[in-house]
Design a protein around this ligand. Structure first.
Ligand code: FMN
Length: 437
């Protein structure tokens, strides 16, 4: 018996110089500005009938290693990266069914601007826009917007709840049918069906109505990624899809059940939000070859260990450069991604820092997926049967046309043969496809 059909989405870690220095990445260091490789990615995953492409974002250059940007700049770690809403618009033009989800951080865009950008994207894409709602997690990013530091973790989520309220009210400021376009009377828009929102909250205020007009989906799709209790609470109240990275099948199951329970408590139908789990499949022609590839990630020079720790520092706001690589990890706290740090500490156990980062980074995603396309399809099937749904968010550390093809033309057909993912889109709009099963 197979799992019920599930959803696939793609996590693009910024429109950037991906796979720099990797094999098969073409002339990416010269061609990245045109975003052509990422538009090809969007076209390819649409051919494979993915639900959506989520464009991750952060708005600063890392400085979490020796209090310097050198490590990040020299190695092109999360830099350069382009404004996601611009890339999203290009992707919308390059596709016709795929959901497009740019990340817009609450501290960096006023809610009116987010409602307008995502609303416009929904219009030009024919109802395929989403918004990845993130609160940001680094003071460096806050400093690019004149803030000394970001608000505290839990306050950020309280602000986010109010922020989403403003955004959704603005989307609702146009009643359905407000554009009457009556040539006889000469009336384009019925003023009685367009409303101010006159919102004055604790953190945000906006008059409205939204001047960009109504959205084809009414409200575009909201994606959410916070894994802490506050993060899940926010997801349960507002999200149409949650992207998450708990480690292991049991943790995935618990996470999903927790979100569903919180949704019921908030008076929502749990099936109206799809929880997708991060996964990094390692694919090859044979299982042995794939296992050898995966094992390679657990072996690294000290220089590479430093790079991985700097990347970990980027998500947790911790500068690990002063820590002894060969001493146990010990206690750590963060005002950044709490769930990422919790996962890391769980993995660390009694390990040294070097061992812990190798163990943590050599197994990307929620569950290990290693083998031929058929083997990995079977592993995904088994995990989904156990977890109960709703699908996976695929992320590759080395996006290239070759690695994308391994997924779209190897893994996806193997999943389709098992009846696990769709072979054709049933609907034109994003949310309708997301709710199809
Ligand atoms: C799959 C996934 C994607 C994420 N994408 C982004 C992103 O694009 N930008 C960002 O600032 N944070 C991103 N985050 C971080 C989350 O918004 C959140 O800060 C993080 O999961 C920690 O949440 P917590 O503090 O509630 O545990 C992502 C997290 C996950 C798991």
């Amino acid at each position: 018996m197979s799992a019920a059909p599930f959803h696939l989405a793609w996590f693009l870690q910024g429109s950037s110089i991906q796979a720099w220095g990797e094999q098969w990445s073409g002339n990416i260091s010269e061609e990245w500005m045109s975003a052509e490789m990422f538009l090809d990615l969007a076209r390819s995953i649409e051919r494979a009938c993915f639900d959506y492409l989520l464009i991750e974002d952060s708005i600063y250059i890392g400085q979490n290693w020796q209090n310097s940007r050198d490590m990040f700049l020299r190695n092109g770690m999360s830099v350069p990266r382009q404004e996601p809403s611009v890339i999203a618009a290009l992707m919308a033009a390059a596709t016709s069914r795929l959901g497009i989800v740019p990340t817009l951080s609450t501290f960096a865009y006023h809610p009116y601007l987010t409602a307008r950008i995502v609303g416009t994207l929904d219009q030009v894409s024919g109802g395929r826009a989403g918004w990845n709602m993130v609160t940001g997690s680094s003071d460096y990013s806050g400093q690019n917007f004149g803030l000394d530091r970001l608000p505290e973790h839990d306050t950020r989520y309280e602000m986010a709840a109010e922020y989403i309220d403003v955004v959704t009210r603005l989307w609702d400021s146009w009643e359905p049918g407000a554009i009457v376009a009556d040539r006889k009377t000469g009336v384009l828009i019925d003023p009685a069906r367009v409303h101010t929102i006159d919102f004055k909250g604790e953190y945000y205020a906006s008059r409205g109505p939204l001047n960009s007009g109504p959205c084809p989906q009414g409200r575009p799709v909201i994606a959410q990624a916070g894994g802490s209790a506050k993060g899940r609470e926010t997801a349960a109240r507002y999200a149409d899809t949650v992207v998450a990275h708990p480690k292991g099948v049991q943790a995935m199951k618990d996470y999903r059940q927790d979100v569903r329970m919180r949704m019921r408590a908030a008076g929502r139908d749990p099936d109206s939000c799809k929880v997708l789990f991060m996964a990094t499949p390692v694919l090859a022609n044979t299982d042995e070859e794939a296992q050898a590839r995966a094992a390679q990630r657990g072996v690294a020079t000290t220089e590479e260990v430093h790079r991985r720790l700097a990347q970990m520092g980027w998500t947790t706001n911790i500068d690990f450069s002063g820590y002894d690589l060969d001493a146990p990890v010990g206690e750590l706290t963060t005002n950044g991604h709490q769930s990422s740090l919790a996962n890391f500490l769980k993995k660390a156990g009694g390990r040294t820092l070097r061992e812990a980062i190798l163990a943590y980074t050599s197994h990307g995603g929620s569950v290990d997926l290693v083998g031929t396309p058929e083997t990995v399809a079977a592993q995904m099937d088994e995990a989904m049967q156990e977890v109960g749904g709703d699908g996976f968010l695929l992320v590759l550390p080395n996006v290239s046309r070759k690695t994308v093809t391994e997924v779209t033309d190897g893994l996806v057909p193997a999943l389709q043969q098992r009846g696990l993912v769709r072979r054709a889109y049933a609907h034109k709009q994003f949310r309708d496809n997301l709710l199809e099963f």
